[in-house]
Structure formats: structure tokens, C-alpha cells
Design a protein around this ligand. Structure first.
Ligand SMILES: NC(=O)c1ccc[n+]([C@@H]2O[C@H](COP(=O)([O-])OP(=O)(O)OC[C@H]3O[C@@H](n4cnc5c(N)ncnc54)[C@H](OP(=O)(O)O)[C@@H]3O)[C@@H](O)[C@H]2O)c1
Ligand SMILES: [Zn+2]
Length: 336
């Protein structure tokens, strides 16, 4: 099979031929049809994940077909359409898992494309627990970005405490942000898109934003306050200063939901205290959350806007994402 691997931190993509992996007990092999390129793949490419073992094949927005199952796997069989996201499985029997807190699993929490090879390849193996059923209505290219960009924004929003009618701002309109705007609109919020420059405004409005703030030309905090203050700001940007700059736009009891993996940000205690505001982090979700995301997207018509590349052009595809040029998600298609 073909795979695109990174051999060392900061190394280039290498297209290599490898043996098709065999699924171990409890694992499943997926014949990959499509894999989205997430900004978090830069953690692997640029070597920003402590202790990561190289060479590594990135990719945690994977959609394909179950090809073979390892011993003891009864819930999956060859031919089923399946997706694999960031959350690559948990042990299922420690105290945290038994209380439903899979993210608290200290025994065996795995991250796809980090702890084991991901979907920039013709085949991959993943723990059975990590697989989500993919509905027939979605093509592999449509479904792939929903396995990380989709689930992360959908799950953060539905757990944010915002209610229909509340002002919900989405900061940053990249792969995550453009899906966040759509989910927020379909959930019935009063949606504000915030991005740098005016060129994304027509797209943001088409995706369902009721308001648009150009963060380079306007004071985003002041603009949000004119709307009554945001109940939630979903921060999808990669830069902490951009997050810090909007905290003044939170309304009373407002929450800055941080999903962009910026290195640091500044928070004003006075802003927090003065309006009982909070800052909260969120990471994607489990396979069950992925299935909820996919079903909601089918029902509500939420779709990622994609640019499709074959695996051989992975380096160019990755640069397009890193350069902020993609409108809005770059997806590798193994069938292209
Ligand atoms: N929490 C999680 O579970 C989770 C899941 C997936 C991804 N992530 C993280 O979420 C972030 C976004 O991922 P993505 O795949 O959507 O990335 P992306 O498509 O590359 O989009 C990057 C976003 O960052 C903004 N940005 C880039 N440079 C900036 C700068 N100098 N100043 C202000 N804003 C800047 C862009 O804003 P404009 O729209 O204004 O151009 C754009 O919205 C990444 O940090 C990624 O690692 C987290
Ligand atoms: Zn991701």
C-alpha cells in the first residue's frame, strides 16, 4: 500500500510503500477512501507532540470501509462504512471509562495519527472502539472533515450551554470555523462569524452567519457588545492573541470555548470576575459523538466545503491548509 509518512520532526512528507497492516485483537483494518487534513496534523509534521514516535503517518479525519477485523471484534464486519477521528480509543474498564469519562482514561487513551498511524494511506488499523458508522448519504470526501473539524465544533457547541436565540460567535473561519458557523446556525443561535479581512464575509453569510466582523478593520469585542455580548465565543483560531482580543465581547455568564490549539493566551481576571465569565477548553469527542455529528449533518444539510487532492500531492495539499488558502478543508482522496 501507499502511505505518506513523516520520518522525523520537521521532516518532509515521504511517499512510501508499506505492507498492509494486520489488525491486532480488538482492532479493525479500514480501507481508506478519504482523509481530511487538519491543522492538528502539524503537531506530527512539525514535531510539536512530546514523545511522538517517528516515522508516523498523520491523519485523523478518516473515512473508508472496514476491510478486516482482529480477534474478539464482533461489532464490526468487512464492508461496513466507517470513520476514525482524533479520539482513537480508550480502555473501557478503568474508573474514568466506567463513569463515562472516556477522556479521563489514564490507561490506554490513544490518539489517531499520533499514538498509531493515521489515514494518509491506503489502509490503516484502529481500535474497534474508535470507529463510527458513516451514513450512506455522505460520500467519503463529504464525511471525512466531519470526523474532526465537524465533531469538534458540533460537540463543543452542543455542550456550550448556549440556547437557541443566544449570540454565539465563531472566531476564525478555517476548516473548523466554517463548520462551526453552519452548526451554530442550524442549532438556532444568533450567529456571528469573525475572521481577518472582508473576503470571507460573503461565504460566512452563505454558511449561515447572521453577522460578520472583520477583526482587522473592527474591534470585535465592541461589535459583540453592540449585539448584547456573546453567550459563547467558539475560538477556532491557531493564535492566542486573537483569542485574547475577543474576551471583552463575552456577555454576562459568557464562555470562551477554546478549541484552537494556540500555545498561550492572556485572560483578564477583571473581565472574568466582572461578568462571571469563563474560559473553557474542548476536544473532539468519542465515536458516539462522531455518529451524532454525521447524523445531524445529514439531517440539517451541514457540509464541509472541500478542496480534493490525491495522496501523491499531500505536500502541496498540506501547504495549502497551512498557508490559510484552503476554502475551507483540504481532503486527500485515495480514489482520486
Ligand atoms: N480542540 C480540538 O479538539 C481540535 C480539533 C481540531 C483542530 N484543533 C485546532 O484548531 C485550530 C484550527 O484548526 P483548522 O484545521 O480549522 O485550521 P485551519 O483550517 O488552518 O484554520 C486556521 C484558523 O486560524 C486562524 N489564524 C491563522 N493564523 C492566524 C493569525 N496569525 N491570527 C489570527 N488568526 C489566525 C485563521 O483565521 P481566519 O479565518 O481569520 O483566516 C483560521 O480560521 C488548530 O489550532 C487545530 O490544531 C483543535
Ligand atoms: Zn483534527
Amino acid at each position: 500500500m501507499h502511505a505518506a509518512q513523516i520520518a522525523r520532526p520537521g521532516g518532509a512528507f515521504e511517499l512510501v510503500e508499506r505492507e498492509i497492516p494486520e489488525p491486532a485483537a480488538g482492532w479493525v483494518r479500514v480501507k481508506v477512501a478519504a482523509c481530511g487534513i487538519c491543522h492538528s496534523d502539524s503537531l506530527v509534521k512539525e514535531g510539536h507532540w512530546p514523545g511522538l514516535q517517528y516515522p508516523r503517518v498523520p491523519g485523523h479525519e478518516v473515512v473508508g470501509v472496514v476491510d478486516a477485523v482482529g480477534a474478539g471484534v464482533s461489532q464490526w464486519k468487512a464492508g461496513q462504512r466507517a470513520g476514525v477521528g482524533w479520539h482513537g480509543g480508550h480502555c473501557g474498564h478503568c474508573d474514568a471509562c466506567r463513569s463515562g469519562n472516556f477522556f479521563g482514561c489514564q490507561v490506554d487513551l490513544k490518539i489517531t495519527g499520533i499514538a498509531f498511524d493515521g489515514g494518509y494511506a491506503d489502509y490503516m488499523v484502529a481500535p474497534a472502539l474508535a470507529l463510527a458508522l458513516v451514513p450512506e448519504e455522505l460520500s467519503p470526501v463529504e464525511a471525512a472533515p466531519l470526523m474532526c473539524a465537524g465533531i469538534t465544533t458540533f460537540n463543543a457547541l452542543r455542550n456550550s450551554g448556549a440556547r437557541p436565540g443566544d449570540v454565539v460567535a465563531v472566531l476564525g473561519l478555517g476548516g473548523l470555523g466554517h463548520l462551526g458557523v453552519q452548526y451554530a446556525a442550524k442549532m438556532g443561535f444568533n450567529v456571528v462569524g469573525i475572521a481577518r479581512g472582508s473576503d470571507k464575509e460573503p461565504l460566512a453569510r452563505k454558511l449561515g452567519a447572521h453577522h460578520y466582523i472583520d477583526s482587522q478593520a473592527q474591534d470585535a469585542s465592541a461589535e459583540l457588545q453592540k449585539l448584547g455580548g456573546a453567550k459563547v465565543i467558539l475560538a477556532t483560531v491557531t493564535v492566542g492573541d486573537a483569542m485574547s482580543a475577543v474576551q471583552g465581547g463575552l456577555g454576562l455568564n459568557g464562555t470562551l470555548m477554546v478549541i484552537g490549539a494556540a500555545e498561550s493566551m492572556q485572560v483578564s481576571p477583571l473581565v472574568l470576575i466582572g461578568g462571571r465569565r469563563s474560559v473553557k477548553g474542548w476536544y473532539s469527542g468519542t465515536a458516539a459523538d462522531s455518529q451524532d455529528t454525521l447524523k445531524f449533518s445529514v439531517r440539517s444539510g451541514v457540509r464541509s466545503m472541500n478542496e480534493v487532492y490525491p495522496l501523491e500531492r499531500v505536500a502541496e495539499a498540506y501547504e495549502r491548509m497551512m498557508g490559510g488558502k484552503a476554502r475551507f478543508r483540504v481532503v486527500l482522496s485515495m480514489e482520486a
